[in-house]
Design a protein. Structure first.
Length: 166
Protein backbone atom coordinates (compact mmCIF):
# COMPACT_ATOMS: atom_id res chain seq x y z
CA UNK A 1 0.00 0.00 0.00
CA UNK A 2 1.16 3.50 -0.86
CA UNK A 3 -0.64 6.28 0.99
CA UNK A 4 -0.46 9.87 2.09
CA UNK A 5 -2.40 10.63 5.24
CA UNK A 6 -3.24 14.31 5.41
CA UNK A 7 -4.66 15.99 8.49
CA UNK A 8 -6.88 19.06 8.57
CA UNK A 9 -8.92 21.00 11.10
CA UNK A 10 -11.78 23.27 10.12
CA UNK A 11 -11.67 25.99 12.77
CA UNK A 12 -10.03 29.31 11.94
CA UNK A 13 -10.52 28.57 8.24
CA UNK A 14 -13.19 29.86 5.94
CA UNK A 15 -14.81 27.42 3.54
CA UNK A 16 -12.82 28.58 0.50
CA UNK A 17 -9.53 28.02 2.30
CA UNK A 18 -10.58 24.66 3.80
CA UNK A 19 -11.81 23.15 0.54
CA UNK A 20 -8.92 24.76 -1.36
CA UNK A 21 -6.38 23.03 0.90
CA UNK A 22 -8.04 19.65 0.33
CA UNK A 23 -8.43 20.17 -3.41
CA UNK A 24 -4.88 21.49 -3.77
CA UNK A 25 -3.53 18.37 -2.03
CA UNK A 26 -5.60 16.16 -4.36
CA UNK A 27 -7.28 14.45 -1.42
CA UNK A 28 -9.49 11.58 -2.56
CA UNK A 29 -11.28 10.80 0.70
CA UNK A 30 -11.86 12.60 3.98
CA UNK A 31 -12.32 10.58 7.16
CA UNK A 32 -14.13 12.50 9.86
CA UNK A 33 -12.73 11.53 13.28
CA UNK A 34 -14.74 13.92 15.44
CA UNK A 35 -16.99 12.59 18.16
CA UNK A 36 -19.65 15.19 17.38
CA UNK A 37 -19.96 15.93 13.69
CA UNK A 38 -23.31 17.74 13.92
CA UNK A 39 -22.38 20.51 16.36
CA UNK A 40 -23.98 23.84 15.58
CA UNK A 41 -20.61 25.61 15.75
CA UNK A 42 -19.20 23.46 12.94
CA UNK A 43 -20.54 25.74 10.19
CA UNK A 44 -19.63 24.34 6.76
CA UNK A 45 -18.06 21.27 8.45
CA UNK A 46 -21.36 20.13 9.99
CA UNK A 47 -22.68 16.78 8.80
CA UNK A 48 -24.40 16.17 6.36
CA UNK A 49 -23.38 19.46 4.71
CA UNK A 50 -19.68 18.61 4.67
CA UNK A 51 -20.25 15.36 2.77
CA UNK A 52 -22.23 17.27 0.14
CA UNK A 53 -19.67 20.09 -0.14
CA UNK A 54 -16.72 17.69 -0.39
CA UNK A 55 -18.35 15.80 -3.23
CA UNK A 56 -19.66 18.83 -5.13
CA UNK A 57 -16.65 21.10 -4.72
CA UNK A 58 -13.75 18.68 -5.05
CA UNK A 59 -15.08 15.18 -5.79
CA UNK A 60 -13.86 13.98 -2.37
CA UNK A 61 -15.53 10.99 -0.70
CA UNK A 62 -16.63 11.29 2.94
CA UNK A 63 -16.41 8.66 5.68
CA UNK A 64 -17.13 8.85 9.40
CA UNK A 65 -14.98 6.92 11.90
CA UNK A 66 -16.02 7.87 15.47
CA UNK A 67 -13.86 5.07 16.92
CA UNK A 68 -10.87 7.36 16.32
CA UNK A 69 -12.37 10.25 18.32
CA UNK A 70 -11.15 11.05 21.81
CA UNK A 71 -13.61 10.50 24.63
CA UNK A 72 -15.42 13.37 26.32
CA UNK A 73 -13.46 12.56 29.52
CA UNK A 74 -10.12 13.02 27.75
CA UNK A 75 -11.21 16.32 26.22
CA UNK A 76 -12.62 17.62 29.51
CA UNK A 77 -9.46 16.72 31.42
CA UNK A 78 -7.33 18.54 28.83
CA UNK A 79 -9.53 21.65 28.94
CA UNK A 80 -9.01 21.78 32.71
CA UNK A 81 -5.29 21.01 32.88
CA UNK A 82 -3.86 21.84 29.43
CA UNK A 83 -1.50 18.93 30.06
CA UNK A 84 -0.75 17.74 26.53
CA UNK A 85 1.42 14.81 27.62
CA UNK A 86 -1.48 13.45 29.70
CA UNK A 87 -3.90 13.98 26.81
CA UNK A 88 -1.58 12.11 24.47
CA UNK A 89 -1.11 9.21 26.90
CA UNK A 90 -4.87 9.00 27.52
CA UNK A 91 -5.65 9.07 23.80
CA UNK A 92 -3.10 6.34 23.03
CA UNK A 93 -4.54 4.23 25.85
CA UNK A 94 -8.07 4.74 24.52
CA UNK A 95 -7.00 3.67 21.02
CA UNK A 96 -5.43 0.54 22.53
CA UNK A 97 -8.58 -0.22 24.56
CA UNK A 98 -10.73 0.17 21.45
CA UNK A 99 -8.17 -1.76 19.38
CA UNK A 100 -8.76 1.02 16.85
CA UNK A 101 -5.30 0.98 15.28
CA UNK A 102 -5.07 -2.78 14.87
CA UNK A 103 -8.63 -2.97 13.51
CA UNK A 104 -8.14 -0.09 11.06
CA UNK A 105 -8.36 -1.30 7.47
CA UNK A 106 -5.26 -0.12 5.59
CA UNK A 107 -7.20 -0.26 2.32
CA UNK A 108 -9.52 2.48 3.65
CA UNK A 109 -6.44 4.72 3.74
CA UNK A 110 -5.03 3.89 0.33
CA UNK A 111 -4.19 6.87 -1.85
CA UNK A 112 -4.62 10.41 -0.56
CA UNK A 113 -6.77 10.45 2.56
CA UNK A 114 -7.37 13.28 5.04
CA UNK A 115 -8.27 13.01 8.71
CA UNK A 116 -10.67 15.75 9.86
CA UNK A 117 -11.14 17.26 13.29
CA UNK A 118 -11.73 20.75 14.58
CA UNK A 119 -8.37 22.00 15.87
CA UNK A 120 -6.76 24.57 13.53
CA UNK A 121 -3.20 23.23 14.00
CA UNK A 122 -2.00 19.60 14.25
CA UNK A 123 0.55 19.97 17.05
CA UNK A 124 -1.93 19.44 19.89
CA UNK A 125 -4.59 17.44 18.13
CA UNK A 126 -5.61 13.79 18.06
CA UNK A 127 -5.56 13.77 14.26
CA UNK A 128 -1.76 14.08 14.30
CA UNK A 129 -1.45 11.36 16.93
CA UNK A 130 -3.72 9.07 14.94
CA UNK A 131 -1.87 9.66 11.68
CA UNK A 132 1.43 8.87 13.39
CA UNK A 133 0.05 5.73 15.05
CA UNK A 134 -1.42 4.41 11.80
CA UNK A 135 1.74 5.20 9.83
CA UNK A 136 3.95 3.50 12.43
CA UNK A 137 1.86 0.34 12.31
CA UNK A 138 1.62 0.13 8.56
CA UNK A 139 5.26 1.07 7.90
CA UNK A 140 6.22 -1.84 10.17
CA UNK A 141 4.21 -4.05 7.80
CA UNK A 142 6.14 -2.73 4.79
CA UNK A 143 3.70 -0.12 3.51
CA UNK A 144 4.78 3.30 2.21
CA UNK A 145 2.98 5.93 4.32
CA UNK A 146 3.58 9.67 4.30
CA UNK A 147 1.96 12.23 6.58
CA UNK A 148 1.23 15.86 5.67
CA UNK A 149 -0.68 18.48 7.64
CA UNK A 150 -2.91 20.90 5.76
CA UNK A 151 -2.81 24.21 7.61
CA UNK A 152 -3.86 27.75 6.85
CA UNK A 153 -1.30 29.98 5.27
CA UNK A 154 -0.09 32.48 7.80
CA UNK A 155 -0.07 36.05 6.58
CA UNK A 156 3.40 37.51 6.33
CA UNK A 157 4.24 39.93 9.12
CA UNK A 158 4.64 43.45 7.95
CA UNK A 159 7.88 45.08 8.86
CA UNK A 160 7.64 48.42 10.52
CA UNK A 161 8.99 51.08 8.22
CA UNK A 162 12.37 52.41 9.24
CA UNK A 163 13.20 56.04 9.61
CA UNK A 164 12.71 57.81 6.32
CA UNK A 165 10.75 54.90 4.77
CA UNK A 166 7.09 55.20 3.80
Amino acid sequence: MNSTIFTIGFTQKHAEEFFGLLDGAHVEKLIDIRENRVGQLSGFAKYPDIAYFLNRIAGIAYEYQPSFAPSEEIRTAYQKTHDWSQYEASYRELMAQRRAIEQADPHAFEGRVALLCSEPEPEKCHRRLLAEMLAERWKAEGHQIDIAHLVAARPARRKKPGKGQP
